[in-house]
Design a protein around this ligand. Structure first.
Ligand SMILES: [Zn+2]
Ligand SMILES: [Zn+2]
Length: 381
């Protein structure tokens, strides 16, 4: 492993900072105190930064006259859940916890800032983007809407996630899709209510709902090519309030994941067909509300990340054959505007899973991630 010595020298300080952030989790777009803390660190390094999006932050660091810009994006929001760890730095806020490692992600980028404060021997511009609201709060979209790509010329963007199940000291690089798309849908089936003893004078919605649910289960098995991956999950069904009554409306909610945009189109179309067809068959109104929440995260410059990762952790510790994850990540939105790569850094084979009440970021990732960023800069600038 060839970790940057200057970053290693910062390790104890960064570990303490990461634990401080872990103790004080903030959720969604409401990352006010975390932003204050990051700003004060960047100020201390003599690096100025600007607000962007909602409680997100961007720092621009110039080195030389080169006109290429390399950006690094980390998230910093926690989750609405209670921590069950009992170490000294556990969350001090009941019902909030850093269970996705974003405390470590943002600290890694502060470590890079600490290094760049003293080392401007690159030819171009480096951007550090600290983003709020990754966990389903559209933090990335708020940054983009606030003109991130108008205010800054971003040639490349890199990011990472601490990854449970991947051994400590390893980096996984995906060639192409890395994380899945996430779509959400609701089907509202409307019939006609009435007494359960007289269905012939009603228009019962449940039979249609049953066939819609059954029909949706055939999409992955019968429509998607067998070499592609997709998930269609029903997550909620609500309807009725009486033991002896047929309701007017039933709502079905679901979640769709895939790692290929063409498959995403196919699933959306197929759900539409099932809902429409079953509605006609039963003579009920069946309305589909389909929302694309996150696009597929597609890495477009894996070769750069691969070279950098190999230099930092050694060829033998870079994994290139991991299946893409069916979890979504809003870094995907940025990849619609620029090229780049998102990697996974091992949080340990025995790590608790992400979003688990006992998850904790492995502090040994801090120098690995910062060294990876530095090596990417050296590769490109
Ligand atoms: Zn998460
Ligand atoms: Zn996360």
């Amino acid at each position: 492993m060839a970790l940057n010595p200057e970053v290693l020298a910062l390790h104890d300080e960064m570990k303490a900072l990461r634990r401080q952030i872990h103790q004080n989790p903030e959720v969604g777009l409401d990352t006010v105190e975390t932003v204050k803390l990051i700003k004060s660190r960047l100020d201390g390094y003599g690096i100025s930064c600007a607000d962007i999006g909602v409680n997100s932050l961007v720092a621009e660091i110039k080195g030389g006259e080169g006109d290429t810009t390399v950006a690094f994006r980390v998230d910093m929001d926690a989750l609405e859940m209670s921590e069950e760890n009992d170490f000294a730095y556990k969350s001090t806020v009941e019902g909030k916890m850093h269970a996705c490692g974003h405390d470590g992600h943002c600290t890694s980028l502060i470590a890079l800032a600490g290094y760049l404060a003293k080392n401007r021997d690159f030819n171009g511009t480096v951007l550090l983007l600290f983003q709020s609201g990754e966990e389903g709060y559209e933090g990335a979209l708020r940054v983009i809407e606030d003109g991130f790509f108008d205010k800054y010329k971003v040639d490349y963007l890199f990011g990472f996630h601490a990854w449970p199940g991947l051994e400590a000291g390893k980096i996984a690089v995906h060639n192409g899709a890395c994380m899945a798309s996430e779509d959400r849908f609701e089907v509202h089936v409307t019939g006609k209510s009435g007494h359960a003893s007289m269905p012939h004078v009603c228009n019962e919605p449940f039979a249609a709902v049953a066939d819609i649910i059954k029909g949706l289960q055939t999409i992955v098995a019968r429509k998607i090519p067998s070499h592609e991956r997709g998930v269609v999950s029903i997550t909620q069904v609500h309807g009725g309030s009486l033991r002896n009554g047929i309701p007017d409306n039933v709502m079905v909610q679901g979640n769709v994941r895939t790692c290929n945009e063409k498959v995403q189109d196919l699933i959306e179309d197929s759900i539409g067909q099932v809902v429409k067809g079953v509605g006609v068959m039963y003579g009920v109104e069946a309305e589909l509300d389909y929302v694309r929440k996150h696009p597929v995260l597609v890495n477009t410059t894996p070769e750069i990340a691969l070279r950098a990762a190999q230099k930092v952790v050694g060829v033998e510790n870079v994994v290139t054959d991991m299946e893409s994850s069916m979890a979504a990540e809003d870094f995907a939105f940025f990849m619609k505007y620029t090229k780049g790569c998102y990697v996974w850094i091992g949080n340990g084979a025995d790590s608790a899973p992400l979003h688990n009440s006992r998850f904790d970021f492995d502090d040994d990732i801090l120098p690995i991630a910062a060294s990876f960023f530095i090596t990417v800069i050296n590769e490109l600038l």
